[in-house]
Ligand binder design. Sequence first.
Ligand SMILES: Nc1nc2c(c(=O)[nH]1)N[C@@H](CN(C=O)c1ccc(C(=O)N[C@@H](CCC(=O)O)C(=O)O)cc1)CN2
Length: 305
Amino acid sequence: MTARILDGIAAAADVKNDLRRRVDDLSREGVVPGLGTILIGDNSASRSYVLGKHRDCAEVGVVSASIELPADSTVDDIEAAVERFNRDPTVTGFIVQLPLPTGIDEQRILEAIDPRKDADGLHPMNLGRLVLGVDRAGVDSPLPCTPVGIVELLTRNGVELEGRRVTVVGRGITVGRPLGLILSQKGIDATVSIAHSRTPDLGEEVRRADIVIAAVGRPHLIRPEWIKPGAAVLDVGVTRVGTTSTGKARLAGDVDPGVAEVAGWLSPNPGGVGPMTRAMLVANVVQMAERSHRSAAGDPHVALR
Ligand SMILES: Nc1nc2c(c(=O)[nH]1)N[C@@H](CN(C=O)c1ccc(C(=O)N[C@@H](CCC(=O)O)C(=O)O)cc1)CN2
């Protein structure tokens, strides 16, 4: 068997086509959604992801602004940048690119973001709403981009989630933890296990899964012999494993390439979950612009707090 490809570039293009129409509708009402990004330090992968986010915004007519700070910035410097975007009316939603330089308290920075402008859905108020399974007055809170991108990639390819066993490998804040909550929500109804670096027999956890999502950053950790034939496998993690002869970074995903011979579906890496993460960020920004426009127009169902 050779796995069918979960093509993130194609699915992200479809998502962006839908978004372009929503952005056009907003612009007819004089509203232009705006993304802000804050990049601290000189991590080349982070820089490339942020550039991709600005490119995606431009493709659909969302404007974007960036703040770049040096690696030796203090918490106060970063909080000042966050405050600038909190107050900037042209920025509908913004993100602080992670990881932050060593020594910076990530939680403190995320908590400084106005939850109404939290385009990553990583503010404790928005994550708390996800845990509780509640919306504000029927208005969805922003959800973290990679988990929602994974759900979209699966559903757009017709991979059923209801009643399926999903093993998520990784318990980080941007992927594993929120993904487990989203997949087990009412309406999606998957049965989820979260495995991690201390799981005693990872192979055993992966073997029972209909869907495996690997987000740990350990090259080729997921072995072909662990995969249930026909399962869907999503490769999220990426690790730099050296440099090519032309000096470019050589990258490896979390999934061994041999998995393609056993799985029913496989997301390439690159070209799978990454483009969907970016598309979902643009979707969050557009949704936030729609919400604040409706609220300003006096829609009683949009109570913003
Ligand atoms: N503030 C955030 N920081 C981080 C997040 C996040 O969701 N919010 N997630 C990851 C990184 N990430 C998003 O920022 C991200 C990772 C990968 C890609 C992507 O498009 N990958 C491409 C390859 C692109 C390239 O090589 O330059 C692909 O997979 O095809 C986008 C976003 C950690 N930080």
